[in-house]
Design a protein around this ligand. Structure first.
Ligand code: ATP
Length: 340
């Protein structure tokens, strides 16, 4: 559906929230516009070296990609055909200063496996984050399909290994930010995208710690949150590793971790999350049974899949101190192929 920021309609332009749909798009950057909140302007990273400005954004068509926990996400196609993703953030719980500090820190991160934060905007009514757009959709859409405009696509083991490798590198780079203290807080397959070579990239960066904490129930049912997390704003690098481990298990099994992920007949039909189910199956020595049937016809890859399964299980360790550091995870995943 094509829409605008202010009101949903079949086709439209991006507009500032609360402005009437009949008023012409305004330049939000204009300091001498006395209806503007003092200091509210869109801030771009990379100096003036950007291919669009706020006017371009305002006059562009926007398509709603989805409504997530942190607000509505739009795909915005500019007149010059370049495309970005704009997140209209709801429930930002920090003030302007903290918001700007966080965005400045995130905007400095440049890595091929991290979705770039291109710009941000803060005003009383609106908080926007502008990211690079990934054309192939998310890993969630690839694995579970048929959501929005994307259909499920068959993924070979090679493709899954590349996705895991890229995403692990991206998360490791992200954790290095702010002197090694950055936390993602929302690692899941709908926040992992593919670059043009099929490597995974981490998206939705920099939001969890400035947004209202997710309800406890959402954390419990998502299947991605580490068991110790009761306040998502207080996520840790170790809980990010747990969530990343769940993504690895999702890649291997093709199952969505949203609870109940699986019903275990052995336990009287008990509903289990993905990590618990896999621990259970592996403990019974039925490891081969967890893998996605889509990969069953591939020969000579089961040893690699078992290695990845072990990495995933280490990441979803219940005890935080026993989970590996993400840099170790990168190495372990890279070694799956390089040691052959
Ligand atoms: N940079 C991007 N490029 C392409 N698609 C994106 C991008 N960012 C988000 N999306 C897609 O837009 C849709 C909505 O994303 P959004 O982040 O709002 O929701 P979510 O990922 O389901 O939940 P959450 O808010 O918890 O991250 C999802 O299908 C997501 O995969």
């Amino acid at each position: 559906m094509i829409t605008c920021f202010g009101k949903a309609r079949l086709s439209g332009k991006l507009q500032k929230r609360d402005s009437s749909s009949s008023s012409p798009p305004r330049n939000w950057t204009s300091r001498d516009d006395n209806t503007e909140e003092e200091g509210s302007k869109i801030i771009f990273f990379g100096g003036k070296n950007h291919s669009f400005d706020l006017d371009d954004l305002l006059s562009s068509s926007a398509q709603v990609l989805g409504k997530g926990a942190f607000g509505t996400t739009y795909k915005v196609t500019m007149e010059d055909t370049s495309t970005v993703v704009v997140k209209r953030l709801k429930e930002v719980v920090v003030g302007r200063r903290e918001f700007e500090q966080q965005m400045e820190m995130i905007g400095m991160i440049r890595h091929e496996n991290v979705a770039e934060l291109k710009a941000y905007y803060y005003s009383k009514d609106d908080k926007l984050a502008v990211y690079s757009y990934y054309t192939q959709g998310s890993l969630f859409q690839m694995l579970h399909g048929n959501i929005g405009t994307y259909d499920q696509v068959p993924l070979s083991w090679d493709a899954r290994l590349r996705i895991a490798t890229g995403a692990a590198r991206g998360l490791a780079k992200f954790h290095e930010g702010n002197n090694g203290r950055l936390i993602h807080g929302n690692i899941k397959s709908s926040n992992i995208f593919l670059d043009s070579q099929g490597y995974g990239c981490i998206g939705d960066i920099g939001l969890t710690t400035i947004m209202r904490s997710l309800p406890r129930r959402t954390c419990l049912t998502s299947g991605y949150h580490a068991p110790e997390i009761t306040d998502t704003r207080r996520s840790t690098q170790s809980s990010d590793v747990y969530s990343f481990g769940v993504v690895l298990l999702e890649l291997l099994t093709g199952k969505s971790p949203a609870s109940p992920a699986v019903t275990d007949a052995e336990h009287g039909g008990e509903n289990m999350d993905l990590a618990s189910w896999i621990r259970n199956v592996v403990a019974k020595d039925w490891t081969g049974e967890v893998f996605d049937i889509e990969m069953l016809s591939e020969s000579g890859v089961e040893d690699e899949m078992v290695e990845m399964l072990q990495i995933g299980l280490a990441c979803v360790g219940v005890k935080q101190q026993e989970r590996p550091h993400i840099a170790q995870v990168v190495k372990l995943i890279q070694d799956i192929r390089s040691t052959k």
